[in-house]
Design a protein. Sequence first.
Lengths: 305, 291
Amino acid sequence: MKTTTRRPRFGFPLGAGLLILGSLALPFASQAGADPLVRVDDGLVTLRADELPRAAVVTSLARAANLRLVSHTELGGTLTATFSAAPLGQVLSIILEDDSYQLLYRSSTSSPDREAAGTLWIFATGRDGAARRPVGPESQLLHGDLAAKKAAIRTLRDSGDAAAVHALSLALADPDGRIRDTALDALARIGSDAALAAIASLAGVDDYWTRVQAADALSRTDSRSAVGHLAIALDDPDPRVRMAVLEALADIPRADSIAVIRRARLDPDPEVRSFVGEALDDAHAAIALAAGRETFSPAVPGESR
Amino acid sequence: MKIQKLLPQALKGLAALALTSAWLTAAATEPCGDFGECKVLIEINSTDGDIGFHFLGDGDELVKMEITDPDGQKVFTDKAKGPLREQTMTETFLESAEPLCWNDPEADEDEDIVTLEDFVDLWTPGLYVFSGLGAEGEMAFGSTMLTFVLPPAPAEVEFELEEEDEGEYEGEISWSFGDDLGNCTPAGAYPDGVELAGPGDIKLWEVVVEPDYDDEEEPGLAAMYNSLTHVVRIPGGAAEFEVEIPDDYLGNFPANTPLKVEVGAITWDDNATFTEIGDLCVTPDGCEDDD
């Protein structure tokens, strides 16, 4: 068994790459029949993997444990391992090798039948250095009060680099909705592919309204990548979210968003299907208005008065 | 800033304007490109210590309106549906929430505080573009400026009752030019980009008098009287910062009607800062339970 045993460490690495392995992520487990045999009962894991991609194993494990998975590192390599009714924490420590993780369980769920039991975060704090104590805005995001957290988000937003996006993506899980909203706004304003991926990761959150907000935030950037994330979100199980996704797509003045909207003509929900026509009208209007704004020359302030 | 003062010079020639409509209908970028009127502004209540972003767009027969900020980011979209789509829209006026801008000791612990610094970080100054779409696909565009030139809170606001004839009282409200933003004044320096308006930046003063019955303790009286506001506007360059409130207005209320008064300074950019005084009364010696 090619494994390295270690104690899990906790912390937020700086400079690690963000990889979302939630419901919008690459479906590792379904690739080429690579699904390991995995079962989780009462926190005890039974798993068998034979030369399987480590990412696929972790994804399957998270799915079996009903955990939302957000990874800040690329889980490379393959894994051969067999566990029988082993504690989840112990299994994670082994298969994550040098990477740290944090496992947070929800304290309660409003609809336990479909909500994730918690979130598994994975951080690249392996051989490249032990988990460092977060500094600066990242630290404020973890330990500050409301004002300090908001200030931290502002700093991170202005930075906009990869590390900032990582930290802001963590803030999307803050227990305070005001912080989550501010972080969502910051990521939308950054608008980079990584920032949009972080927003899109909210598609794995149980609360439908959060998923609606994520769709709306994606619509604030007119990027192709936003359309791509929304195209995936159009498969959301909740028709209310799919309606919001259509509205978001209609708000993005891009021809490729129109093609995605058309897909919803086959939506299983009649209300969603009936909204497609209006969404297409709106999308065409958005394109026309955006083109008009491009050529619109605002008057010098005061001249029009 | 200066160029905007070209607008309603005629206003300065008026001694006073007594209007009953909301003040927002009186000041704006007008016309605003293809829109009849548009405006974006910051409003501060220096007494309560809260701050908000408000806007107004007035177009013709629209089915959709959008506003984008100077970064090109959409900040507002609305769309007519069903019968409203057939009827079409004209004027849209919207006020943002007005969160506290200071640590009010009486506020709930988890109350969201948006300091002036937070606020100016959230909003981008510059040209806000209004885009409208008509029922037949016709498009309308206009723009207006958001600035961080904020009028100081009117200071020394006072209300006095004077007997004109026997049993008939006229009110007089006076104030002076302020030098800060009241409870929204930052603890340290003003954030970058924020300027306190000077006397020449004030387009008009607005004085609002209204009955102030407690909604919970006296809901009937509150429902009957509280909406009966009296609004007076005078030019920013008025020689004296005072207005009279006629008995024709005050005489309509029963004795012991509680009153409150707001005085607002409004710049040429439409930004406004209000100062409020309460615990006033239409009865000269004060309301009976005032002690």
